[in-house]
Design a protein around this ligand. Structure first.
Ligand SMILES: Cc1cc2nc3c(=O)[nH]c(=O)nc-3n(C[C@H](O)[C@H](O)[C@H](O)COP(=O)(O)OP(=O)(O)OC[C@H]3O[C@@H](n4cnc5c(N)ncnc54)[C@H](O)[C@@H]3O)c2cc1C
Length: 401
């Protein structure tokens, strides 16, 4: 039995564990958090990833927890509507809160996968036959393969590929999201307010019982401690403190929010998603950034392809990882491009472009290309042809060399 250690129990990690155990591999997942992480922002699925959810048998479960968001509204400082965009532009074909998705994936895999919570990998030492792993807890184990599914700031990538600075590409923005009161009484919808270089908004969540506040802003590289939440909240506060509309109330909510996310909007670009017996999946390997709206789709599709290629290669990781690189490349490029193209619309740099965007969105329903946004993002979501790996004849896992 080929043993595979996966670092990260969010989206890509458990999705990969699911497919690996289905093909007869033995997955173990190590997660730094003490339990599956609840809460978080809304994430969505488009195109090929919908087929993967179906093949995993969880499409119904995800649909049952769907946010069912309607159109999003861009508002002026007075709260008056400036423009509206269709739900597909923001929520894809199917949208769910990240924590709900993680819960579904964990429930799906917990009986067949060994989970090690509250731990992290300290060192990876690979040779021709396997990888020796030392954990923070002091545990020492050997695995046939190791996969990093530990996000944008991947620990596995740092250990096996080198410093993050060689692979991370900042797009020039920062994002913050937290849970706040639904003080506007939003009903499955959201409102967004812009000034040049800043986007702030709120959307209802959990059937309108709460809301998320989002703050996006343009900035060159900021120096801050990633573990120091108060200092990150101070950055957001400083950036948005002078704005009108509902911003003071949203900042007030942020100060006492039960959760808080803050990070640069960055992409990960690698020539290959593996080094020897160690590979990367999801944001760790090819983060497209929140502006792409494709990160979750990339994570589940990437997990599907990586496990499928290992299965198809009979466990020969060299062959499988090379095929994984080839299959994912164009999809990753398309998803990352979508983030770069979308940024100027979501965080307009100037007043005149804000006006142009609002005018475009107002006119869109009356134009022949009214479905352009939906069609373009669907095209990106389908920029990969999915192989039906499960129909391949079962081959014995390659003997260890
Ligand atoms: C604000 C925001 C909005 C977004 N909106 C969308 C959207 O609308 N649509 C969309 O498709 N995507 C969206 N995304 C992107 C999406 O959330 C990610 O692409 C997706 O979660 C990637 O999944 P992942 O499993 O690869 O990584 P992550 O979800 O980042 O998970 C990484 C996991 O690894 C764990 N970990 C980290 N370090 C270690 C360690 N040292 N040891 C063990 N475990 C570790 C973490 O605790 C975490 O559980 C958004 C992201 C953000 C931040």
């Amino acid at each position: 039995m080929t043993t595979v250690l996966i670092s990260g129990a969010s989206v890509a990690g458990p999705a990969l564990a699911y497919w690996l155990q289905r093909y007869g591999f033995t997955p173990t997942v190590v997660e730094r958090a003490p339990a599956p992480r609840p809460g978080g922002y809304a994430v969505d699925f488009r195109g090929a990833s919908m087929k993967v959810l179906e093949r995993m048998g969880i499409l119904d479960a995800v649909e049952a927890k769907a946010t069912r968001m309607g159109a999003m509204t861009y508002v002026k400082e007075s709260g008056k509507v400036a423009a509206t965009t269709s739900s597909e532009a923001f929520s894809g074909e199917l949208e769910i809160l990240r924590g709900d998705l993680v819960d579904i994936l964990y429930t799906l895999t917990k009986e067949t996968t060994e989970y090690l919570f509250d731990d992290s990998i300290v060192s990876l030492d690979q040779d021709a036959d396997g990888v020796d792993v030392v954990f923070e807890s002091g545990l020492r184990r050997r695995f046939d393969l190791v996969v990093g599914a530990d996000g944008l700031h991947s620990n596995v990538r740092r250990l096996a590929f080198g410093a993050e600075s060689s692979y991370i590409h900042d797009l020039g923005y920062y994002a913050s999201v937290c849970t706040v009161e639904n003080h506007l009484g939003l009903d499955h919808t959201g409102q967004i307010f812009n000034v040049p270089g800043k986007t702030v908004g709120t959307y209802s969540a959990r059937d309108n019982t709460e809301a998320k506040a989002l703050f996006y802003f343009t900035s060159s590289d900021l120096t801050y401690d990633r573990r120091n939440v108060p200092s990150q909240k101070a950055i957001v506060e400083e950036q948005f403190k002078d704005l009108g509309w509902e911003v003071p109330t949203l900042l007030e909510g942020m100060r006492t929010a039960p959760d808080f996310y803050f990070d640069s909007i960055s992409q990960i670009k690698l020539d290959s998603y593996s080094r020897g017996r160690i590979a990367l999946v999801g944001d760790a390997g090819y983060c497209a950034s929140p502006l792409s709206g494709m990160g979750t789709s990339l994570a589940v599709v990437g997990a599907y392809v990586l496990a499928g290629e290992l299965h198809a290669a009979g466990g020969d990781h060299e062959q499988a990882f090379a095929a994984y690189d080839v299959r994912m490349k164009d999809f990753v490029v398309a998803c990352q491009k979508q983030a770069v193209d979308g940024a100027m619309w979501f965080i307009p740099a100037s007043k005149w472009f804000m006006k142009l965007r609002n005018l475009t969105f107002r006119m869109m329903p009356y134009l022949p290309w009214r479905n352009m946004i939906r069609d373009m993002s669907l095209k990106v979501g389908n920029a990969i042809e999915l192989t039906m790996y499960e129909d391949l004849p079962q081959r014995p896992v390659a003997p260890r060399r």
